[in-house]
Design a protein around this ligand. Sequence first.
Ligand code: SAM
Length: 373
Amino acid sequence: MKTIFDKLNGNCKNSARVSDKVIDLIDKLAKNTNLERDEFLYVLNNITARETGHLYKRAYEVKHIHYQNRVYLRGLIEISNYCKMGCKYCGINYKAQGVERYRLTIEEIVKCCQIGYDLGYRTFVIQSGEDSYYSDKLIIEMLGFIKDKFSDVRITLSLGERSRESYQKLYDAGADRYLLRHETASRRLYEHVHPSFMSFDNRRKCLSNLKEIGYQVGAGFMVGLPTQTNEDLVEDLIYLRELGPEMIGIGPYLCHEDTELKGNESGTLEETLVMVAMARLTLPKALLPATTALGSLHAIGREKALKSGANVMMPNISPTENRAKYEIYQNKICITDASDQCRNCIEARIVGVGHEIDLGVGDYIDFERNEEK
Ligand code: SAM
């Protein structure tokens, strides 16, 4: 049973008064005026298919002010599917039985970077399950190799929760950005979809540490998690506004049948697009990916996200033979393609919806690296 976006999911029509109020609140947010908690909630509780077009248009306009129709590309390398964490939604958590585990050597990672570099990518996103094999020493070595070979690139790490000291060392060794979705800003929901050894507070502490150190930080959340409510989603928007991340990853929850949450409904395209658009209006300058999960949910999910405020895409440059093993959710796209096929496919999709690719490093607009820290 759906617990979010009752009206959007129920083919409802609003009275003219309710519809006008939803549109007014969207316009208020688009004018860079913060909404109160109850105003955010009013939008999510009452939005129907009649108002979503207006929301997407406003989000697109706000994106256009800062980024025009440019879409930044990031080459994504999934370096390991070993994970010591137990996220109940994730198909590679430590309990998942049917997973053939792999990890890449530094040499293999640098080879992926070379392929990405030759395809024009100037940001590499290095992501993995929480794999203790990758010590600070090893990652620092990897960062050194990549930065020595490719002096004009940015490196984004997405390796999960680590100590502040570790984040600091990796930053000092050349990491520029760090992606760590907060997953949900609701403590109740966080505790519902994670085991008791995982900590809501530590996840947030990691994000504030990353911010303080000086990384460009990516937070983000899933839409449609089992038992998630509109109130929970409002907390996500408020938390993002407070944290002020440079990047925001928002994707649908996609049910994996080999997890504790098997049998639940997945999030939907429209619910996710509403939250992408609301995030764009809440943090107008954010770098906001059209996520692979949206592309896996719907054939043109990512293109629709670009039309609703997203401005980043993350083509996969992992070795093709490992891609299917990084199955965080089922029916993931791009698992059989070679990296150059992904590059061509993504460019065609971007151009097809009136956008253009930007092969620059694509830093956050106002970002200046603090070299003193
Ligand atoms: N281990 C790192 C971390 O925890 O940040 C990075 C890898 S983790 C697999 C990347 C993201 O995948 C998570 O932040 C989560 O939001 C997303 N994810 C995992 N399982 C998912 C699912 N079933 N549906 C949608 N997204 C999922």
